[in-house]
Design a protein around this ligand. Structure first.
Ligand SMILES: [Zn+2]
Length: 383
């Protein structure tokens, strides 16, 4: 069988056309249709496949084999020899064209400005990542972003060519691997020359926006998260709406937001310190009220695990054995402390009697158990 004629190579803008069904065979998850030509871009080069329909049947996946034959995976069969009309999901195709074209400009600039090579590219339905082999700083990323968007404003024509072997030898193009045979070159004048089989916009202005939303160190280089065009705009809308809500609730201007959040964080820390001091005083007063003695078992509500531990230790100062149970009837968190006895034995006893779990050090154990306050109190008194 001949390699499938790739309509998207000549124009990424053709979305409706007719083709002949060369074969349609049953496969693992449905049917595998091969046509004489296709505008469906198969998964490859880091880009997900196009979505769309074939005679109204949804195309689930598009894959190319080693012989250049493109397979369309369908949920139901179509007849061999039939002429089919096909429709590419244009929204998704154009979205990919925007992302892919933006990536060329950004990678070209990273290469010419910082000698970075694009070593990984992933274009998903929601996220695009670019992996560069050079670590970049925030300033460097911002500089590339700025230059990339200038390329958009210039509205340059993106050219697709198939140079001869001789021409290729002197052409300074980017490529992830050694290529041979007929090579498709995508050129963004002044910015990038790259071997690529993907779908791109005709003019850089169509990319709209090129935005890096995040970047991180990755394998000694940089992984960048990029949004272009409509995706970048949608992201801006979402984030702007969040910023408006937060600034309104904090009564600050957007540019004061970081400062306002920092101030809130500091206030929370101060409150926590003050609360801890108050709790300490409260626990001492409560302990004082209970007096001193051999054993004490008390029931509390709403304590944090740390408060439970601290209150139990405070009681342990005045009693030989102090136990605090915190929570609701039948569902308690407990702490037992003692300066003279081994508390691990108490934990074991509580756990086995009240299907609990937990343990700790000889002077303090913590855990959880079921059982009512009455049952627990009786058990504790008979210890
Ligand atoms: Zn490309």
């Amino acid at each position: 069988m001949e390699p499938t004629k790739r309509i998207f190579d000549d124009s990424a803008y053709i979305t409706k056309f007719e083709a002949k069904v060369l074969s349609c065979s049953e496969c693992k998850n449905g049917f595998d249709a091969v046509l004489d030509s296709t505008a469906f871009f198969p998964e490859g080069g880091g880009q997900f496949p196009d979505k769309g329909t074939l005679n109204g049947i949804e195309v689930l996946d598009v894959q190319e084999d080693k012989e250049g034959i493109i397979h369309h995976f369908l949920p139901s069969a179509i007849s061999e020899g039939e002429k089919v009309s096909r429709k590419i999901n244009w929204q998704q195709r154009f979205d990919f064209m925007q992302q892919h074209s933006g990536e060329h400009i950004f990678s070209g600039l990273a290469n010419s400005n910082f000698g970075a090579t694009n070593v990984g590219f992933h274009l998903g339905y929601e996220e695009t990542t670019i992996d560069l082999d050079v670590p970049l700083s925030e300033e460097q990323v911002q500089k590339l972003e700025l230059l990339a968007n200038e390329a958009v404003y210039k509205n340059l024509p993106i050219q697709i060519t198939h140079p001869s072997q001789e021409e290729l030898e002197v052409l300074p193009y980017r490529s992830k691997k050694k290529l041979s045979g007929k090579i498709r070159i995508v050129t963004v004048p002044e910015y990038d020359i790259c071997a690529c089989c993907g779908t791109h916009v005709n003019k850089t202005g169509e990319i709209g926006i090129i935005k890096i939303t995040a970047f991180q160190n990755y394998k000694g280089g940089t992984r960048l998260f990029m949004l272009c065009g409509k995706r970048a705009f949608a992201d801006y809308q979402r984030k702007n709406s969040s910023v408006i809500k937060v600034t309104n609730s904090l009564s600050v201007k957007p540019e004061e937001l970081c400062f306002a959040v920092k101030r809130l964080e500091n206030e929370i820390t101060e409150h926590k310190i003050y609360e801890a001091a108050l709790k300490k005083e409260l626990f001492s007063l409560k302990a004082e009220k209970l007096g001193t003695g051999e054993k004490i078992c008390v029931f509390e509500k709403g304590m944090t695990p740390d408060e439970l531990r601290r209150y139990c230790l405070t009681l342990g100062e005045n009693f030989k054995i102090a136990a605090v149970f915190n929570g609701e009837e039948g569902n308690y968190k407990y702490a037992v402390s003692s300066k003279t006895e081994n508390c691990s034995a108490f934990a074991k006893a509580i756990n086995s009697e009240f299907s609990g779990r937990g343990g700790g050090k000889p002077e303090l154990v913590q855990g959880s158990c079921s059982g009512t306050s009455e049952e627990i109190r009786n058990f504790f008194n008979n210890l």
